[in-house]
Design a protein around this ligand. Structure first.
Ligand code: FMN
Length: 217
């Protein structure tokens, strides 16, 4: 059985990003794999502490993150899984800070400070990124022309280039009337949620199936 871990980098456990994660997980399961969703906001951890134990010559933690905290059991699973998915809403033109901290801890120990920065990850894992955001696809392309490449750079270096799945123009509030929102039309948002979001969920589902099929070759 192929195992996939899906990290939800949104604080909300039942909204856009979480639903995309669930759809991806369903695709994995329907293709015969196992999927575990982990909510990063439930875990007590921070970003890299720059201790360099992962780069110490002859060190017992060479090539792995030595900092003991809530992330340790998850990082310890990496050698036993077949694929990893990182999902995040866009906050202030980037992935969430928690997602960013996770990517640092996940990838930096696997990138050796040698010519070409070779990967010493235990496996070249299949990877996928799920992004959800308020802006439209057109605006996203204008506003974030290279943000996704930068976010994925270390993941691509140590594992494989991620498959990308997007949900644009997401529905942010359960009741738009309760909040001061002048820049978005609530009816347009609702229409998008009802017509487009199910298609985005389907894309996540297909990507989950595809990940299992591509692992099995
Ligand atoms: C603090 C904060 C900052 C945000 N910044 C952006 C942004 O820069 N660009 C954007 O398109 N959406 C932005 N959003 C909207 C979220 O990315 C969007 O609603 C996302 O789908 C929320 O995911 P969730 O439903 O899983 O929480 C922001 C939301 C929050 C709470």
């Amino acid at each position: 059985m192929k195992n996939i871990i899906i990290l939800n980098g949104s604080p909300r456990k039942n909204q856009n990003t979480a639903k995309m994660c669930e759809s991806f997980a369903q695709g994995v399961k329907d293709a015969g794999g196992e999927a575990e969703i982990i909510n990063l906001y439930d875990i007590d951890f921070k970003g890299c502490r720059s201790c360099f134990a992962c780069k110490l010559k002859g060190g017992k933690s060479f090539g792995r993150c030595a900092y003991p905290d809530g992330l340790t059991p998850i990082l310890d699973k990496i050698s036993a899984i077949d694929g990893i998915v990182v999902a995040s809403p866009i906050y202030c033109s980037d992935v969430t800070g928690v997602t960013r901290c996770f990517i640092e801890r996940l990838t930096f120990p696997f990138s050796e400070y040698k010519e070409g920065y070779p990967s010493i990850a235990p496996k070249r894992l299949k990877t996928a990124m799920i992004y959800t955001m308020n802006v439209s696809e057109t605006l996203s392309n204008q506003m974030y022309p290279d943000m996704f490449d930068k976010t994925e750079f270390m993941i691509t270096t140590v594992f494989e280039k991620p498959v990308r799945i997007f949900a644009y123009d997401t529905y942010q509030f359960n009741d738009y009337d309760k909040y001061v929102v002048e820049v978005f039309d609530k009816n347009e948002k609702l229409k998008h949620k009802e017509e487009q979001f199910p298609k985005d969920l389907q894309k996540a589902y297909e990507a989950g199936k595809y990940m299992i099929k591509s692992i099995e070759g």
